[in-house]
Design a protein around this ligand. Structure first.
Ligand SMILES: [Fe+2]
Ligand SMILES: [Fe+2]
Length: 379
């Protein structure tokens, strides 16, 4: 089997890219897919060097031309919080608790499976704690990607107001890395490695030279999805410290997605050709597929269920589970309306989103219409 065939088998992304016939998208995803799905970069190593190639953009006129971004910058300055002193780290967290489950069994994809039902109460506690650690570990790795992406777009974006706003996002993302890492290591005492699909998305947007793809991949896709996932988890857990963390992080992320929608609506409406717009549309779809795949919880399966069932059976179980459909719903309802708003949901790709069951969200509110309170209340 050639390397190319192996990659094509490794994930639906290249199969879909081949089907859509967009070779430019294929070419731009090939390196990241090879590194993530074949070489498993980011796993089994302490650090991963990534070669970057993009242009920073100096602005010597300092024109304050973007009032909506300037407003976000002001809001960001007055909404800063200190991860060490503003959260109640003294709260005692028992991730294995039987009396107060850290997450409800119903959000475990395997909750109704006879093998899970047979477990003792203590074993179920271990499974809940491990699945939560897996989810939060992926959030942590996503936050590290967001920290770097925020720094990159701050350099590369052409408008001064966007650079000023970007400087606050860098601080926000640093704080998010801090809170998730602290919770995982001090409260759950467990850290999972990065999921291959998530690695591919982060690698792709980091290494691409086009600044708008960094925005599209991070601010619209990964952060949109994270917003949905944070809201879902906040509603599901009764653990007060985790709820506090998620409440604070959601308020920050709401600004980040808003910023991405503002920047890309302006850029895609006036500064790219129709061919370039189509390419972005295809790229966004490939990323949507990868993000959907990352929620198969493969690393959790490897540790807890690989001895009991083949991976294909696990994947099907997760895809069919009630938890997965609620999760998909909350995540993609924060992405699809934003794609529509920035002009990347034309009739040529609507069918592809429909085939993934994601089109139902297209008429929901975009990030620019939502407040942090709306997001906390899952509106
Ligand atoms: Fe973040
Ligand atoms: Fe963010």
């Amino acid at each position: 089997m050639t390397v190319f065939e192996t990659i094509a088998e490794s994930g639906p992304l290249l199969r879909d890219a081949v089907r859509s016939g967009n070779l430019r998208v294929l070419a731009s995803m090939l390196g990241p897919a090879f590194r993530g799905l074949i070489r498993h970069r980011g796993r089994n190593e302490d650090s991963t060097p990534v070669q970057l190639g993009y242009r920073a953009h100096f602005d010597w006129r300092y024109a304050r031309s973007e009032p909506a971004m300037a407003r976000l910058y002001e809001a960001a300055k007055t909404s800063q919080w200190n991860a060490r002193t503003d959260l109640h780290w003294s709260i005692d967290v028992d991730p294995l608790s039987v009396e107060h489950p850290i997450i409800p069994d119903e959000i475990m994809p395997i909750a109704r499976h006879p093998l899970f039902l047979k477990l003792t109460a203590a074993e179920k506690g271990k499974q809940r704690s491990a699945l939560l650690a897996w989810m939060l570990s992926q959030f942590l790795h996503g936050e590290q990607g967001a920290l770097f992406a925020a720094a990159q777009v701050t350099e590369a974006v052409p408008w001064l107001d966007a650079k000023l706003y970007g400087s606050t996002q860098v601080v926000d993302e640093g704080r998010h890395v801090e809170v998730f890492h602290t919770y995982l290591t001090q409260k759950l005492e467990k850290l999972y490695e990065i999921n291959d699909n998530l690695y591919v998305v982060i690698d792709a947007l980091m290494t691409d030279g086009r600044w708008d793809l960094k925005f599209l991949g991070m601010q619209i896709m990964i952060e949109g999805l994270a917003l949905g996932a944070f809201g879902f988890l906040r509603g599901a857990t009764g653990e007060p410290l985790l709820r506090q963390i998620l409440t604070n992080v959601i308020a920050d992320e709401a600004r980040h997605v808003h910023y991405g929608v503002l920047a890309l609506s302006k850029f895609y409406a006036s500064e790219i050709s129709e061919r370039e717009r189509r390419e972005r549309e295809d790229w966004a779809f490939e990323v949507a597929v990868l993000l959907r795949n990352r929620f198969l919880a493969g690393e959790f399966y490897d540790e807890h269920w690989a001895h009991a069932m083949p991976r294909a059976e696990w994947n099907q179980l997760v895809l069919d589970s009630g938890m997965m459909s609620i999760f998909r719903h909350t995540m993609f309802k924060r992405i699809v309306p934003n794609l529509k708003r920035i002009g990347l949901l034309s009739d040529r790709v609507r069918g592809r989103y429909a085939s993934l069951g994601l089109l139902e969200y297209e008429n929901g509110p975009a990030a620019t219409e939502l407040t942090a309170q709306d997001l906390l209340e899952d509106r």
